[in-house]
Write a protein that binds this ligand. Structure first.
Ligand SMILES: *[C@@H]1O[C@H](CO)[C@@H](O)[C@H](O)[C@H]1NC(C)=O
Ligand SMILES: *[C@@H]1O[C@H](CO)[C@@H](O)[C@H](O)[C@H]1NC(C)=O
Ligand SMILES: *[C@@H]1O[C@H](CO)[C@@H](O)[C@H](O)[C@H]1NC(C)=O
Ligand SMILES: *[C@@H]1O[C@H](CO)[C@@H](O)[C@H](O)[C@H]1NC(C)=O
Ligand SMILES: *[C@@H]1O[C@H](CO)[C@@H](O)[C@H](O)[C@H]1NC(C)=O
Length: 246
Protein backbone atom coordinates (compact mmCIF):
# COMPACT_ATOMS: atom_id res chain seq x y z
CA UNK A 1 0.00 0.00 0.00
CA UNK A 2 2.75 2.36 1.02
CA UNK A 3 4.68 1.42 -2.10
CA UNK A 4 1.68 2.15 -4.28
CA UNK A 5 1.25 5.57 -2.75
CA UNK A 6 4.88 6.30 -3.41
CA UNK A 7 4.54 5.35 -7.05
CA UNK A 8 1.63 7.70 -7.46
CA UNK A 9 3.44 10.44 -5.63
CA UNK A 10 6.61 10.05 -7.66
CA UNK A 11 4.66 9.91 -10.89
CA UNK A 12 2.88 13.13 -10.03
CA UNK A 13 6.19 14.87 -9.43
CA UNK A 14 7.65 13.71 -12.70
CA UNK A 15 4.58 14.76 -14.62
CA UNK A 16 4.92 18.33 -13.39
CA UNK A 17 7.93 19.38 -15.48
CA UNK A 18 5.83 19.40 -18.64
CA UNK A 19 3.90 22.31 -17.16
CA UNK A 20 4.97 24.44 -14.21
CA UNK A 21 8.25 22.72 -13.40
CA UNK A 22 9.81 23.27 -16.79
CA UNK A 23 9.40 27.00 -16.43
CA UNK A 24 11.91 27.03 -13.64
CA UNK A 25 14.73 25.55 -15.69
CA UNK A 26 17.93 26.95 -14.22
CA UNK A 27 19.38 30.11 -15.66
CA UNK A 28 20.62 33.35 -14.19
CA UNK A 29 20.90 35.97 -16.90
CA UNK A 30 19.97 36.91 -20.43
CA UNK A 31 22.27 37.11 -23.39
CA UNK A 32 20.88 39.61 -25.88
CA UNK A 33 22.49 38.89 -29.22
CA UNK A 34 22.67 41.05 -32.31
CA UNK A 35 24.11 39.65 -35.50
CA UNK A 36 25.79 41.21 -38.49
CA UNK A 37 23.71 40.09 -41.49
CA UNK A 38 26.60 39.87 -43.96
CA UNK A 39 28.52 37.50 -41.71
CA UNK A 40 25.36 35.53 -40.97
CA UNK A 41 24.95 35.11 -44.74
CA UNK A 42 28.43 33.65 -45.11
CA UNK A 43 27.92 31.42 -42.10
CA UNK A 44 24.65 30.09 -43.40
CA UNK A 45 25.89 29.45 -46.91
CA UNK A 46 26.40 25.72 -46.58
CA UNK A 47 23.11 25.06 -44.84
CA UNK A 48 20.88 27.58 -46.55
CA UNK A 49 22.52 28.22 -49.91
CA UNK A 50 20.67 31.43 -50.52
CA UNK A 51 20.72 34.51 -48.41
CA UNK A 52 18.67 37.60 -48.93
CA UNK A 53 19.40 40.71 -46.92
CA UNK A 54 16.42 43.00 -47.49
CA UNK A 55 17.24 46.36 -49.07
CA UNK A 56 16.14 48.22 -45.98
CA UNK A 57 18.63 46.41 -43.73
CA UNK A 58 21.98 48.17 -43.28
CA UNK A 59 22.61 47.48 -39.66
CA UNK A 60 22.82 44.83 -36.98
CA UNK A 61 19.72 42.73 -36.57
CA UNK A 62 18.45 40.73 -33.62
CA UNK A 63 19.56 37.15 -33.31
CA UNK A 64 17.83 36.47 -30.03
CA UNK A 65 17.30 36.90 -26.32
CA UNK A 66 18.70 33.84 -24.61
CA UNK A 67 18.20 32.75 -21.02
CA UNK A 68 21.73 31.75 -20.05
CA UNK A 69 23.47 30.19 -17.14
CA UNK A 70 26.88 31.22 -15.86
CA UNK A 71 29.40 30.49 -18.56
CA UNK A 72 27.24 27.89 -20.22
CA UNK A 73 24.57 28.13 -22.84
CA UNK A 74 21.67 27.94 -20.49
CA UNK A 75 18.58 25.86 -20.96
CA UNK A 76 16.88 25.23 -24.27
CA UNK A 77 13.49 23.97 -25.39
CA UNK A 78 12.02 24.50 -21.93
CA UNK A 79 8.38 23.95 -22.65
CA UNK A 80 6.08 22.88 -25.41
CA UNK A 81 4.18 26.17 -25.55
CA UNK A 82 4.00 26.29 -29.32
CA UNK A 83 4.94 29.25 -31.41
CA UNK A 84 1.85 31.04 -32.67
CA UNK A 85 2.34 33.77 -35.25
CA UNK A 86 -1.10 35.17 -34.40
CA UNK A 87 0.13 36.15 -30.97
CA UNK A 88 2.73 38.50 -32.42
CA UNK A 89 0.87 39.59 -35.52
CA UNK A 90 0.86 43.22 -34.49
CA UNK A 91 4.66 43.11 -34.20
CA UNK A 92 5.22 41.82 -37.73
CA UNK A 93 6.37 45.12 -39.16
CA UNK A 94 8.83 45.75 -36.40
CA UNK A 95 10.07 42.17 -36.49
CA UNK A 96 10.73 42.37 -40.21
CA UNK A 97 12.89 45.42 -39.66
CA UNK A 98 14.74 44.42 -36.55
CA UNK A 99 14.67 40.62 -36.69
CA UNK A 100 14.38 39.51 -40.33
CA UNK A 101 15.00 35.99 -41.55
CA UNK A 102 17.68 36.39 -44.19
CA UNK A 103 17.69 32.74 -45.23
CA UNK A 104 15.34 32.73 -48.15
CA UNK A 105 15.10 28.93 -48.31
CA UNK A 106 13.20 28.93 -45.04
CA UNK A 107 9.74 30.31 -44.26
CA UNK A 108 9.72 33.98 -43.18
CA UNK A 109 8.51 33.04 -39.69
CA UNK A 110 11.03 30.27 -39.15
CA UNK A 111 13.63 32.39 -37.41
CA UNK A 112 11.10 33.68 -34.86
CA UNK A 113 9.69 30.21 -34.39
CA UNK A 114 13.15 28.78 -33.82
CA UNK A 115 14.08 31.49 -31.33
CA UNK A 116 10.81 31.04 -29.48
CA UNK A 117 11.03 27.27 -29.26
CA UNK A 118 14.68 27.20 -28.31
CA UNK A 119 15.03 30.22 -26.03
CA UNK A 120 11.72 32.03 -25.54
CA UNK A 121 10.13 29.03 -23.87
CA UNK A 122 12.85 29.23 -21.21
CA UNK A 123 11.97 32.85 -20.39
CA UNK A 124 8.35 32.09 -19.51
CA UNK A 125 9.15 32.04 -15.80
CA UNK A 126 9.59 35.81 -15.71
CA UNK A 127 6.68 38.23 -15.62
CA UNK A 128 8.40 40.50 -18.08
CA UNK A 129 8.77 37.76 -20.69
CA UNK A 130 5.96 35.50 -19.54
CA UNK A 131 4.13 35.18 -22.84
CA UNK A 132 5.16 34.86 -26.46
CA UNK A 133 3.99 38.40 -27.10
CA UNK A 134 5.92 39.81 -24.12
CA UNK A 135 9.07 37.91 -25.08
CA UNK A 136 9.16 39.37 -28.58
CA UNK A 137 8.00 42.81 -27.43
CA UNK A 138 10.77 42.92 -24.83
CA UNK A 139 13.42 41.81 -27.29
CA UNK A 140 12.39 44.49 -29.79
CA UNK A 141 12.52 47.08 -27.01
CA UNK A 142 16.05 46.00 -26.09
CA UNK A 143 17.11 46.43 -29.71
CA UNK A 144 15.84 50.00 -29.67
CA UNK A 145 17.93 50.75 -26.60
CA UNK A 146 21.07 48.78 -27.43
CA UNK A 147 21.25 49.04 -31.23
CA UNK A 148 24.93 48.35 -31.88
CA UNK A 149 24.91 49.94 -35.32
CA UNK A 150 23.81 53.22 -33.83
CA UNK A 151 26.65 53.15 -31.29
CA UNK A 152 29.29 52.10 -33.80
CA UNK A 153 28.37 54.37 -36.69
CA UNK A 154 28.47 57.40 -34.38
CA UNK A 155 32.10 56.53 -33.72
CA UNK A 156 32.83 55.96 -37.40
CA UNK A 157 33.08 52.22 -37.07
CA UNK A 158 31.41 51.22 -40.28
CA UNK A 159 31.64 48.12 -42.49
CA UNK A 160 34.88 48.04 -44.42
CA UNK A 161 36.14 45.17 -46.58
CA UNK A 162 39.68 46.43 -46.92
CA UNK A 163 40.67 47.79 -43.53
CA UNK A 164 40.20 45.65 -40.43
CA UNK A 165 39.47 46.92 -36.94
CA UNK A 166 41.20 46.07 -33.72
CA UNK A 167 38.78 44.10 -31.56
CA UNK A 168 39.61 46.23 -28.55
CA UNK A 169 38.62 49.43 -30.40
CA UNK A 170 35.12 48.12 -31.05
CA UNK A 171 34.82 46.81 -27.50
CA UNK A 172 35.89 50.15 -26.06
CA UNK A 173 33.35 52.09 -28.10
CA UNK A 174 30.59 49.79 -26.96
CA UNK A 175 31.80 49.79 -23.38
CA UNK A 176 31.57 53.60 -23.32
CA UNK A 177 27.93 53.39 -24.33
CA UNK A 178 26.93 50.39 -22.26
CA UNK A 179 29.10 50.60 -19.17
CA UNK A 180 29.97 46.92 -19.62
CA UNK A 181 32.05 45.08 -22.17
CA UNK A 182 29.90 43.05 -24.52
CA UNK A 183 31.11 39.76 -25.97
CA UNK A 184 32.11 40.02 -29.62
CA UNK A 185 31.73 36.85 -31.61
CA UNK A 186 33.63 36.23 -34.82
CA UNK A 187 33.45 33.80 -37.67
CA UNK A 188 36.65 32.30 -39.03
CA UNK A 189 36.71 32.87 -42.72
CA UNK A 190 39.24 32.15 -45.42
CA UNK A 191 39.84 35.17 -47.58
CA UNK A 192 41.90 33.76 -50.42
CA UNK A 193 44.67 31.96 -48.58
CA UNK A 194 44.41 34.11 -45.52
CA UNK A 195 42.54 33.13 -42.37
CA UNK A 196 40.51 36.10 -41.22
CA UNK A 197 37.95 36.80 -38.56
CA UNK A 198 34.68 38.44 -39.40
CA UNK A 199 32.60 40.23 -36.82
CA UNK A 200 29.52 38.06 -36.46
CA UNK A 201 27.67 38.94 -33.28
CA UNK A 202 27.55 41.35 -30.40
CA UNK A 203 26.30 39.76 -27.22
CA UNK A 204 25.18 41.90 -24.32
CA UNK A 205 24.55 40.25 -20.99
CA UNK A 206 21.88 41.38 -18.53
CA UNK A 207 20.39 40.12 -15.33
CA UNK A 208 16.77 39.09 -14.99
CA UNK A 209 15.80 42.70 -14.30
CA UNK A 210 17.54 43.65 -17.57
CA UNK A 211 20.34 45.48 -15.83
CA UNK A 212 23.50 45.14 -17.89
CA UNK A 213 26.24 42.90 -16.50
CA UNK A 214 29.61 41.71 -17.72
CA UNK A 215 29.45 38.60 -19.85
CA UNK A 216 31.37 35.64 -18.54
CA UNK A 217 33.23 34.86 -21.71
CA UNK A 218 34.32 31.33 -22.05
CA UNK A 219 35.26 29.87 -25.36
CA UNK A 220 34.95 26.35 -24.14
CA UNK A 221 31.21 26.83 -23.98
CA UNK A 222 30.28 27.95 -27.43
CA UNK A 223 26.79 28.70 -28.50
CA UNK A 224 25.56 26.56 -31.31
CA UNK A 225 22.90 28.27 -33.26
CA UNK A 226 20.96 26.84 -36.13
CA UNK A 227 23.80 28.39 -38.11
CA UNK A 228 27.47 27.73 -37.99
CA UNK A 229 29.63 28.21 -35.00
CA UNK A 230 31.27 31.43 -33.90
CA UNK A 231 33.79 32.14 -31.20
CA UNK A 232 34.94 35.13 -29.18
CA UNK A 233 36.86 37.43 -31.51
CA UNK A 234 40.61 37.11 -31.41
CA UNK A 235 42.47 39.92 -29.70
CA UNK A 236 43.96 41.05 -32.99
CA UNK A 237 42.29 42.51 -36.04
CA UNK A 238 38.87 41.60 -37.31
CA UNK A 239 36.88 42.53 -40.36
CA UNK A 240 33.48 44.16 -40.35
CA UNK A 241 32.32 43.11 -43.82
CA UNK A 242 30.30 45.34 -46.12
CA UNK A 243 26.79 44.17 -46.92
CA UNK A 244 26.34 42.61 -50.36
CA UNK A 245 22.94 41.87 -51.78
CA UNK A 246 22.30 39.07 -54.20
C1 LIG B 1 15.37 21.75 -29.33
O1 LIG B 1 14.38 21.47 -30.30
C2 LIG B 1 14.88 21.53 -31.63
C3 LIG B 1 13.73 21.41 -32.61
O2 LIG B 1 12.64 20.82 -32.08
C4 LIG B 1 15.91 20.42 -31.80
O3 LIG B 1 16.43 20.45 -33.12
C5 LIG B 1 17.05 20.66 -30.81
O4 LIG B 1 17.99 19.61 -30.91
C6 LIG B 1 16.52 20.75 -29.40
N1 LIG B 1 17.63 21.18 -28.54
C7 LIG B 1 17.81 20.71 -27.32
C8 LIG B 1 19.02 21.21 -26.59
O5 LIG B 1 17.04 19.92 -26.81
C1 LIG C 1 -0.74 43.28 -29.78
O1 LIG C 1 -1.14 41.95 -29.52
C2 LIG C 1 -0.92 41.53 -28.17
C3 LIG C 1 -1.18 40.04 -28.06
O2 LIG C 1 -2.13 39.59 -28.95
C4 LIG C 1 -1.76 42.37 -27.22
O3 LIG C 1 -1.54 41.95 -25.89
C5 LIG C 1 -1.33 43.81 -27.40
O4 LIG C 1 -2.12 44.62 -26.57
C6 LIG C 1 -1.46 44.24 -28.85
N1 LIG C 1 -0.89 45.58 -28.95
C7 LIG C 1 -1.43 46.52 -29.73
C8 LIG C 1 -0.71 47.82 -29.76
O5 LIG C 1 -2.43 46.30 -30.38
C1 LIG D 1 19.73 50.72 -35.60
O1 LIG D 1 20.44 51.90 -35.92
C2 LIG D 1 20.67 52.05 -37.30
C3 LIG D 1 21.63 53.23 -37.47
O2 LIG D 1 21.20 54.34 -36.75
C4 LIG D 1 19.33 52.24 -37.99
O3 LIG D 1 19.51 52.40 -39.38
C5 LIG D 1 18.49 50.99 -37.74
O4 LIG D 1 17.20 51.14 -38.29
C6 LIG D 1 18.37 50.71 -36.26
N1 LIG D 1 17.74 49.42 -36.07
C7 LIG D 1 16.67 49.23 -35.32
C8 LIG D 1 16.13 47.85 -35.24
O5 LIG D 1 16.15 50.13 -34.71
C1 LIG E 1 4.72 38.93 -11.18
O1 LIG E 1 3.59 39.78 -11.20
C2 LIG E 1 2.67 39.51 -10.16
C3 LIG E 1 1.43 40.37 -10.38
O2 LIG E 1 1.78 41.68 -10.70
C4 LIG E 1 3.35 39.77 -8.83
O3 LIG E 1 2.45 39.49 -7.78
C5 LIG E 1 4.56 38.89 -8.71
O4 LIG E 1 5.26 39.18 -7.52
C6 LIG E 1 5.48 39.09 -9.89
N1 LIG E 1 6.54 38.12 -9.82
C7 LIG E 1 7.81 38.46 -9.98
C8 LIG E 1 8.80 37.34 -9.90
O5 LIG E 1 8.17 39.60 -10.20
C1 LIG F 1 37.84 51.65 -45.52
O1 LIG F 1 38.89 52.24 -44.79
C2 LIG F 1 39.82 52.93 -45.59
C3 LIG F 1 40.97 53.38 -44.69
O2 LIG F 1 40.48 54.11 -43.61
C4 LIG F 1 39.13 54.08 -46.29
O3 LIG F 1 40.03 54.73 -47.14
C5 LIG F 1 37.96 53.54 -47.11
O4 LIG F 1 37.23 54.58 -47.67
C6 LIG F 1 37.05 52.72 -46.23
N1 LIG F 1 36.00 52.08 -47.04
C7 LIG F 1 34.72 52.18 -46.74
C8 LIG F 1 33.77 51.41 -47.60
O5 LIG F 1 34.33 52.86 -45.83
Amino acid sequence: MDGEMNVIFVTAIFLLPSTAGAFSAKWDHFTFTQEWPQTACLMGKAEHKKCNIPNYINSFIIHGLWPSSGKTEGPKNCSSVHFDMNKIKNLTNELQHAWPNIYSNTAPNDFWKHEWNTHGTCALSLNTTGTEYLFFRKTLDLMKIYNASRFLSKMNITPNDTTPYVTKTIESVLQKKLGVVPNLQCYRYKLGKRQTYLLAEIRICMDKQFKLIECLNDDSTLYWSRRSQTQSCSRGKIYFPEIKRS
